[in-house]
Design a protein around this ligand. Structure first.
Ligand code: COA
Length: 142
């Protein structure tokens, strides 16, 4: 059974150490805990049978006008079961009074976020872990 919680009660760094799948520099469990502790709001999905964190979403915010959703991730074995949808729905409910909610994502993910009423925009980013060659590639991309 999947439960949802918006606190870190019963959550150890070890339970958060399997995220950032495919990242060149995945965050450790300790770093993940720090991220959540310093987030404005976050939601975790917990597999109560296995006592595993199956997914999470977090937001950063000034609490008045702007919020940013930096991470949404469901572990591969739990994907396509509606967990991501539930996480984002619950987070957006928590952010209901914030008028500007932003996130960045790859183009292929845009239809997913459009389901929640979000629309395409433009943005600029720093990604300090990229190599000079990768930065050149992204700069030349239209
Ligand atoms: C994206 C993600 C959070 C979705 O969570 P989930 O629990 O698997 O998603 P849900 O079960 O709520 O929804 C499944 C739907 O999302 C679609 N979807 C999932 N990943 C997708 C992707 N990378 N691109 C486009 N659509 C995707 C599925 O095709 C499915 O569509 P359907 O309802 O038409 O069948 C999850 O796949 C994930 O963690 N991916 C890796 C991390 C990531 O890309 N995070 C988003 C960063 S912007």
């Amino acid at each position: 059974m999947i439960n949802y919680q918006s606190d870190l009660f019963g959550i150890t760094p070890d339970m958060l150490s399997h995220f950032c799948v495919g990242w060149s520099c995945p965050l450790s469990g300790e770093e993940m805990k720090h991220v959540l502790e310093h987030s404005y709001r976050f939601i975790l999905s917990l597999d109560t049978k296995k006592n595993r964190v199956a997914g999470f979403v977090n937001s950063l915010s000034d609490g008045v006008h702007f919020a940013f959703i930096p991470m949404l991730e469901v572990l591969p074995e739990y994907q396509n079961q509606g967990i991501g949808t539930e996480l984002l729905t619950k987070l957006l409910a928590e952010l209901k009074d914030i008028p500007c909610i932003d996130l960045t994502c790859d183009a292929e993910m845009q239809p997913y976020y459009a389901r929640f009423g979000m629309f395409k925009s433009h943005g600029m980013v720093f990604r300090k872990y990229l190599s000079p060659e990768q930065i050149k590639f992204y700069r030349n991309r239209t």
